[in-house]
Design a protein around this ligand. Structure first.
Ligand code: ISL
Length: 684
């Protein structure tokens, strides 16, 4: 349906991209998304509202929005995975993923940098936890300007992390234990040291010149003139860099050495598909695709709207975060790279079936389609469905980053995250996805401070609160419908660091931001305070395997100091303690495996409004097996909603204090302890 030049708000809102855009603006303003469904507002014309909101959204908002809407389907068709494109019940639907940040997981050779052998040494930890699939952050050869997210060679391993043989051993080690393994595919950009870029700048008019976004300067240009457009880099400054040797500007949405590939060029797309096939034949089970929603840029790379740029923080973003040919490129890559032909040679190894936590069975036949997990910053719920809906044949799963910060907040703000917002967000998300669609459920990753610390603030060092909230968050991730992605350290309740000097930070984003703040005249104390709350370094410090120097991560000097010294929060200390955060994760994953309703049941939310209590009921298809999950979102004791007292058998609970619930207790009393978490079977 064409929207015309001045649709009503209700019509814009009925379009998936329109709905997400409106929700995004409201979230940014800290307003409820229900504001727009008010009949008065929804009957207004877009241009009328845009004019009223002009001080905030600028004069071109309506045009920019309509342009974006025109590029994408106006409805999300919900098809059944059983009838369309996908194999029946793909493995990743009920799998537990675990993200390894290899640089900080385990160092086997004492150079202070985590490596592949270190991961191999700890595979039993992951198997015992119940992980079904590992995702490794980048391990390809890289100059490491952005910790491997700047790839120099897609078919080689970074030397400090090991060799191709080590990787083969890791793949086999996962498969032998009944776990799959996926890698990070960073193909929005390559490193400037990649051979393609070197060839491109040696001969910009040759075949590789078209692999990147290279633009000539004006006559006599020496890089001092204005860049080709006003787009800015996520890591500060213009998104363009003058390359004297080529006499060209080159686009980089991220760091200066991360050059954006030109996906308009079919040769680039063929290279990417080839890389995927190469790794698939080596036994890799799929990829997480880095900033994959940025690959299609609006032709001509027009200037971004200044007001939208100011609102979102990055001028130009409306021209690439959900570009015109995104769906086409993803669909093509799925077919050409991720899907096996019958004539393809079998992969080197495939995953063994797993009967229970320890016993493994025979190697499984190769998956027809490798899993495609999209990292999709800026994509809202409806756009996510357009990219990963069961019938779309684009991505399988997407990450929705709106979960990470509260209304009106951004990552750099120093604030306490409100669990009631998390409840609202998750209920909204769950209510809007189709029964056959699947979302990725995540709360931590290598780009964000720890959710546990955002919720608790300085109280994250109180071991009781820390354990209780860690268990509560685990319960959300592991029992709501969706595919959980745990990030290393979550299973032991890892928290943020107390960085007190810029020298302790390593990340290019933090360092650039700090430099910019100082250049803007902010004093040293203010500049540090402007970086630390949102620093990506918090989640990148080494894994704490055991107490003592090096934390069992390294025998040498760790590449990134881990400043946290609390006791009780290492793998060794939690391993045999039945009440530990680690044991809770293990028990919960085991329970999920035993009772498929917990991993794949239909959900309903009995009380959507409470700011303190969050609960859901999971039921199997014929409604015979029913479970109640309930959480106290506060640090005080609360009254349990009356209609849920009794009639359940508690299978797992976090021990929030004396007098509260323990596993095996059949009746739940009227009170819930601080952050208490209960998983119970409904007995009727
Ligand atoms: O940290 C951010 C920048 O402000 C995020 O927006 C982040 O850059 C975005 O989620 C994309 O992240 C991915 O691509 C980046 C890389 O630095 C991140 O580590 C990666 O997860 C560029 O490759």
């Amino acid at each position: 349906m064409a929207l015309g030049d001045n649709p009503r708000i209700s019509e814009v809102h009925a379009h998936p991209v329109g709905r997400d855009a409106i929700d995004k603006v409201l979230l940014q303003m800290g307003r409820s998304r229900h504001w727009v469904t008010n009949p008065l507002v929804s009957s207004l014309r877009l241009r009328t509202v845009a004019r009223l909101a002009e001080p905030l959204v600028g004069p071109r908002f309506a045009d920019a929005l309509l342009e974006l809407l025109a590029d994408h389907p106006s409805v999300v068709t919900t098809g059944s995975s059983r009838t369309q494109g996908r194999s029946e019940d793909p493995w990743w639907r009920t799998a537990v993923f675990y993200q390894v940040y290899p640089r900080s997981f385990a160092d086997s050779d004492g150079d202070g940098i985590g490596d592949l052998r270190g991961i191999i040494d700890h595979l039993d930890h992951l198997r015992d936890l119940g992980v079904d699939c590992l995702w490794l952050s980048p391990i390809f050869d890289s100059p490491n300007e952005d910790a491997g997210y700047d790839v120099r060679d897609y078919r080689a391993v970074m030397s400090e992390m090991g060799t191709l043989d080590d990787l083969d051993a890791l793949i086999a080690g996962c498969h032998e234990r009944g776990m799959r393994i996926i890698l990070d595919l960073v193909v929005n950009h390559t490193s400037h040291e990649h051979a393609w870029f070197q060839a491109a700048i040696a001969d910009p008019d040759g075949p590789y010149g078209g692999y990147y976004h290279l633009r000539p300067g004006r006559p006599g240009e020496d890089g001092t003139g204005p860049p080709p457009n006003n787009w800015t880099s996520f890591f500060g400054g213009s998104a363009w860099r003058w390359i004297p040797r080529a006499r060209r500007w080159a686009l980089h949405l991220f760091a200066e050495g991360q050059m954006d590939l030109n996906w308009e060029n079919p040769a680039v797309r063929a290279e990417v598909a080839d890389i995927v096939r190469w790794w698939r034949s080596r036994g890799i089970d799929g990829f997480r695709l880095d900033v994959i929603n940025y690959i299609s840029k609006r032709p001509g790379l027009p200037d971004g709207d200044e007001a939208i740029g100011a609102l979102i923080g990055f001028p130009g973003i409306e021209h690439y975060f959900f570009g015109p040919r995104l769906h086409e490129y993803l669909h093509e890559l799925r077919g050409a790279g991720f899907t096996r032909d019958d004539s393809d040679p079998p992969p080197t190894s495939t995953v063994r079936g797993r009967h229970d936590d320890r016993a493994v069975g025979e190697p499984q036949p190769p998956d027809r389609v490798g899993v495609m997990v999209g990292e999709t910053p800026g994509v809202g719920i409806e756009m996510g469905r357009l990219l990963s809906g069961a019938s779309r044949e684009e991505l399988d799963l997407v990450f929705n980053f709106d979960v990470l910060d509260g209304p009106g907040r951004i990552r750099w703000d120093d604030y306490r995250y409100d669990l009631a917002y998390l409840k609202d967000f998750l209920i909204e998300q769950q209510s809007r996805i189709g029964a056959d669609d699947r979302v990725a459920l995540f709360l931590d990753n290598h780009d964000n401070p720890r959710m546990l610390s955002k919720v608790l603030g300085p109280r994250d060092r109180d071991p009781v609160a820390r354990s209780a909230v860690a268990k509560l968050l685990a319960t959300i991730q592991l029992t709501l419908p969706g595919t959980p992605f745990l990030y290393q350290g979550q299973e032991i309740g890892a928290v943020d660091q107390r960085f007190d000097s810029i020298d302790q930070l390593r990340d290019v984003e933090s360092l650039n931001r700090h430099r910019e703040l100082l250049a803007d005249g902010v004093d040293a104390v203010g500049a540090l305070a402007g970086v630390v709350p949102g620093a990506r370094d918090h989640a990148r410090v080494p894994m704490r395997w055991q107490p003592g120097p090096g934390h069992g991560f390294t025998t040498g000097v760790a590449w990134q100091p881990s400043a946290e010294g609390s006791s009780g929060f290492t793998v060794e200390e939690q391993q045999d303690d039945p009440d530990s955060v680690l044991s809770f994760h293990r028990d919960l994953i085991r329970l999920r495996r035993q009772h498929t309703t917990l991993a794949d049941g239909a959900v309903r939310f009995p009380d959507r409004r409470s700011r303190r209590w969050f609960g859901w009921v999971l039921a199997d298809r014929d409604g015979r097996d029913e479970w109640l999950v309930e959480l106290n979102l506060t640090d005080r004791r609360i009254r349990r909603p009356r209609h849920f007292v009794g009639r359940t058998e508690v299978e797992l609970a976090s021990l929030a204090g004396p007098g509260f619930h323990r596993p095996g207790v059949t009746r739940r009393g009227p009170w819930m302890g601080p952050y208490e978490t209960v998983i119970a079977r409904i007995t009727h």
